[in-house]
Design a protein around this ligand. Structure first.
Ligand code: C2E
Ligand code: MG
Ligand code: MG
Length: 674
C-alpha cells in the first residue's frame, strides 16, 4: 500500500482490542440520537405535508361556501335582517328551502346557514334544518365568535374557514362566505357551510401526532441499531485481521504492504529505514513473573515506541517480543537518532508490575530501504543487524557501517549484505576472465596454437575498500539469499557485453544465477542488451548450473531456447556436482556441458572419476553438445581428459582468472565452431 495505507493503518492503532471493539452502550446512545434526528425530520415532513393538505381542503371549502352564497337571492337574504318587514316570512321560507336543497346536494355537509355578524359574533338568520330537527337553531340565536383573522377576511369581502370546532355534535369545520349589500357592497351576513371534520385530513381530527412520532422513532431506532451494529462488526473484523490483539499495533500484513510502498518510494529516490526491535531477555520476564506481566511489558513497550515516532511512521508487532518501526522517507543515518531515542526511553521506563520492578532494554537493528533489495532481503538485512546488536552485548542499536568495526574481521550476514549493497551503490564490481581452451592446446600439449576466437569465462569479484578483492564464494550465496543477485547478474551482463564490444577476438561465458533465471523481465533485458550491444551473439555464452536447470526445467528451457535463438551459446555448469541425472541433458538443448571440478580434480588417479567423466562426455556428445572440464589443476589430469575425448579444458593449470591483458598470450579455444 502507498503512504496513505500506512497512515490509515497507523491512525487505527489503539491498544487492547483496538478502536473497533463492539461497544453496545455506545451503539445504543448513538442510535437513539440518530433515531431522534430521523424522527424530527420525519415529523417535520409530515407536518408540512399535512399543513399543505389542510390548506388545500380549506381553500376548496371556502370555494364551496362562495358557490353556495352566489346561488342565493341577496335581496331576499337582506329581508331576513328585519323580522318586521312584510317579506320576512316568505323570504325566510324561500331561503330556508334553498339552503335545505344545498345541504341535501352535499353529503358531507352537516348544516348550512345564514348568520348576521355583529361585533365579531354570528347570530342565526336561517338554517337548512327543519324546525323539528335537533340541529335546527331559531333565528337570533347567538352562534360562534369569529376570530379577528376571519373577521378581517369577511369584512374585506373574502371567504374564511373556521375550525376545527368541537361541540356536542362532533368536530366541524365551517366555510364562511360574505353576503354583501347590493347597494353599499358591505357584508351584512355570511353563508356558513358546516362540514364534518371526520372526512378531513388527520391533522383536523386532532392528536394523531404522538403515535406517528412514536412509530417514526421506533422504526428509525431499530434501523439505526441494526446498521450500526453491522458496521461495527465489519470494522471490528477488519481491524482484527490487520492488528495485533494484545498491543493494538498493526500486524505483519500491514507492515508488508507498507514496506512494498516504501521500496517503490525508494526507487523514486526517497529511502526509508526499517528498524527491527527486540526486547532483551524477555523470556526471563515471562518465566520469572507471569505471562500476564509479560503482556503488560509488551503493551507498555509498544506504547513507548509509538510515542517516540511520528504519526506518519508505522510501528508493527511481528509477534513475540519483536517490533518493527518503518520510518518513512528517513535515511538510515537520520533514523539512527530516532532508534537511539526509542532504546533510551524504553530503558528509562520504570515498570512496576505485580509489585516487582521490571527493567527492559532493547536490541535494535536498522537497515535502509534503498530500492536495491526486495522485501525479503530488507527483512533479512534488518534481522542481521539486530543479531549483530545481540551478539555484541544487547541494549544497543546497530546500523550499516557499524558492522565493520564491531565485526573484527568476523564477517557475518550483516557485513556481507552491507558489502554487496555498498558495492552495488558504489559500482565496485570487477570482472576477471579465465580461459577455456581446446583440450589439446594446454601447456605441453601436442596441438599447435590454432588461430581463432579466444574464449573466457567471466567471473565477478567485489573490490572492497577494507578487504581487497572478494571472491564470489563470499558474496554470491548471500546475494541470492537476500534478493540482490539479479542486480549483480545484470551488472555482469552489461559489463561483459561492453568488454565484447571493445574486442572482437574473444568470446565470453556469463554465469546466471537461479534467481535471475526465474525473472522473465531479466530475460527480456538480456535479449535487449545483446541486441543493443551490436556484439555477434556467437561470441556470447551463458552458463546456468545443473541444480538451477533442475530447479525449474521449464524456465531453464525458456532461457536456453530464447538466447540460443539469438545465436548465443548455452552451457550447463558444474555438471556432475549434484545428483546429476543424465536425462536432464536430453531435455535441455544446451551447446556445452561443463563437468564439475570435484569430478575433474582426481581424474588422472581416480578410476571412479574417470568413469563419471567418460559417461558425461559420451552422453553430452550423443546429444550434440561439447564438453568443458573445469578445475584442471595438473598435467596428468589434462592428459587424461584429452585422451578421454573431453573437448575443452579450464583450470589453474591452464590459467587462473585474471584481467584480459594478463591473458594476452594464452592459447585460443574454438568454441565458436560448436
Ligand atoms: P563456476 O561458474 O563454476 O566458476 C568456476 C570457479 O572455479 C571460479 O571460481 C574459478 O576461479 C574456479 N576455478 C577455476 N579453475 C580452478 C582450478 O583449477 N582449481 C580451483 N580450485 N578452482 C578453479 P570463482 O571465480 O570463485 O567463482 C565461483 C562461482 O561463483 C562460480 O563457479 C559461479 O558459480 C559463481 N560466479 C562467478 N561469477 C559469477 C557471476 O558473474 N554471476 C553469477 N551468478 N555467479 C558467478
Ligand atoms: Mg561458471
Ligand atoms: Mg562451474
Amino acid at each position: 500500500m502507498p503512504t496513505t495505507t500506512t497512515s490509515s493503518a497507523i491512525k487505527g492503532s489503539g491498544f487492547r482490542g483496538g478502536p473497533y471493539g463492539i461497544d453496545t452502550r455506545g451503539i445504543l446512545f448513538h442510535s437513539i440520537a440518530v433515531a431522534m434526528l430521523l424522527s424530527a425530520v420525519g415529523w417535520f415532513a409530515a407536518v408540512v405535508t399535512m399543513h399543505r393538505m389542510d390548506q388545500q381542503v380549506k381553500r376548496s371549502l371556502a370555494i364551496r361556501a362562495a358557490g353556495a352564497a352566489s346561488l342565493l337571492d341577496s335581496k331576499r337574504a337582506a329581508d331576513l335582517l328585519d323580522p318586521s318587514s312584510p317579506e320576512y316570512g316568505s323570504s325566510l321560507a324561500l331561503i330556508g328551502a334553498r339552503l335545505r336543497a344545498l345541504r341535501n346536494a352535499s353529503p358531507d355537509a352537516h348544516l348550512i346557514y345564514i348568520a348576521r355578524v355583529e361585533q365579531g359574533r354570528m347570530y342565526m338568520l336561517v338554517d337548512s334544518e327543519p324546525e323539528a330537527s335537533s340541529s335546527h337553531s331559531p333565528p337570533g340565536q347567538a352562534l360562534s365568535v369569529l376570530s379577528p383573522d376571519a373577521m378581517a377576511l369577511i369584512s374585506g369581502g373574502r371567504c374564511a374557514v373556521l375550525g376545527p370546532i368541537h361541540d356536542r355534535w362532533g368536530v366541524w369545520v365551517t366555510g364562511l362566505s360574505p353576503i354583501a349589500s347590493t347597494t353599499t357592497g358591505d357584508a351584512y351576513a355570511v353563508l356558513a357551510l358546516d362540514i364534518n371534520a371526520a372526512n378531513w385530513p388527520r391533522r383536523l381530527r386532532g392528536p394523531w401526532s404522538i403515535p406517528l412520532l412514536l412509530a417514526l422513532f421506533t422504526g428509525a431506532l431499530a434501523a439505526t441499531l441494526i446498521l450500526m451494529r453491522n458496521r461495527q462488526s465489519v470494522q471490528q473484523a477488519r481491524w482484527l485481521s490487520t492488528h495485533d490483539h494484545l498491543t493494538g499495533l498493526p500486524n505483519r500484513s500491514v507492515l508488508s504492504e507498507c514496506i512494498e510502498a516504501a521500496i517503490e518510494e525508494a526507487k523514486r529516490g526517497k529511502p526509508s529505514t526499517l528498524v527491527l526491535i527486540d526486547i532483551d531477555n524477555f523470556k526471563i520476564v515471562n518465566d520469572t513473573l507471569s505471562h500476564l506481566a509479560g503482556d503488560e511489558v509488551l503493551i507498555r513497550v509498544a506504547r513507548c515506541i509509538r510515542g517516540m515516532i511520528r504519526e506518519t511512521d508505522l510501528v508493527a508487532r511481528l509477534g513475540g517480543d519483536e517490533f518493527v518501526v518503518l520510518l518513512q522517507g528517513v535515511p538510515v543515518q537520520s533514523a539512527l537518532t530516532t532508534a537511539e531515542r526509542i532504546r533510551e526511553s524504553v530503558e528509562d521506563l520504570k515498570m512496576e508490575i505485580d509489585g516487582a520492578t521490571v527493567d527492559v532494554t532493547l536490541s535494535v537493528g536498522l537497515t535502509q530501504i534503498d530500492g536495491l533489495c526486495d522485501q525479503r532481503g530488507i527483512t533479512l538485512s534488518a534481522d542481521a543487524a539486530l543479531y549483530h546488536a545481540k551478539d555484541n552485548g544487547k541494549n544497543r542499536v546497530t546500523y550499516p557501517g557499524a558492522g565493520d568495526e564491531a565485526g573484527h574481521g568476523r564477517p557475518n550476514v550483516y557485513d556481507r549484505v552491507s558489502m554487496i549493497k555498498d558495492a552495488l551503490r558504489d559500482d565496485r564490481f570487477l570482472l576477471q576472465f579465465q580461459p577455456i581452451v581446446s583440450a589439446g592446446c594446454g601447456p605441453g600439449m601436442r596441438s599447435a596454437k590454432p588461430e581463432g576466437i579466444r574464449w573466457y569465462e567471466a567471473l565477478v569479484r567485489i573490490v572492497c575498500p577494507s578487504r581487497g578483492m572478494v571472491l564470489p564464494g563470499e558474496f554470491i550465496p548471500w546475494a541470492e539469499r537476500f534478493g540482490l543477485i539479479t542486480q549483480i547478474d545484470r551488472w555482469v551482463v552489461n559489463a561483459a557485453l561492453q568488454v565484447l564490444a571493445n574486442r572482437d577476438s574473444i568470446g565470453l561465458f556469463i554465469n546466471l544465477s537461479v534467481r535471475s533465471i526465474s525473472s522473465a523481465s531479466f530475460l527480456t533485458h538480456v535479449e535487449e542488451a545483446v541486441a543493443a550491444s551490436g556484439v555477434a551473439p556467437c561470441r556470447i555464452g551463458f552458463e546456468i548450473t545443473e541444480t538451477t536447470a533442475l530447479g525449474d526445467v521449464d524456465e531453464a528451457r525458456e532461457w536456453i531456447q530464447r538466447l540460443r535463438a539469438l545465436g548465443c551459446l548455452f552451457a550447463v555448469d558444474d555438471f556432475g556436482a549434484g545428483y546429476s541425472t543424465m536425462s536432464v541433458l536430453s531435455s535441455l538443448p544446451v551447446d556445452i556441458v561443463k563437468i564439475d571440478g570435484s569430478v575433474i580434480r582426481a581424474v588422472g588417479s581416480e578410476p571412479a572419476h574417470r568413469l563419471i567423466v567418460e559417461a558425461i562426455n559420451s552422453v553430452a556428445h550423443s546429444i550434440g553438445a561439447r564438453t568443458v572440464a573445469e578445475c584442471v589443476e595438473d598435467a596428468e589430469s589434462l592428459a587424461a581428459l584429452d585422451q578421454m575425448g573431453v573437448d575443452y579444458v579450464q583450470g589453474y593449470y591452464i590459467a587462473r582468472p585474471a584481467s584480459l591483458e594478463a591473458h594476452a598470450n594464452e592459447p585460443t579455444g574454438t568454441l565458436a565452431t560448436v
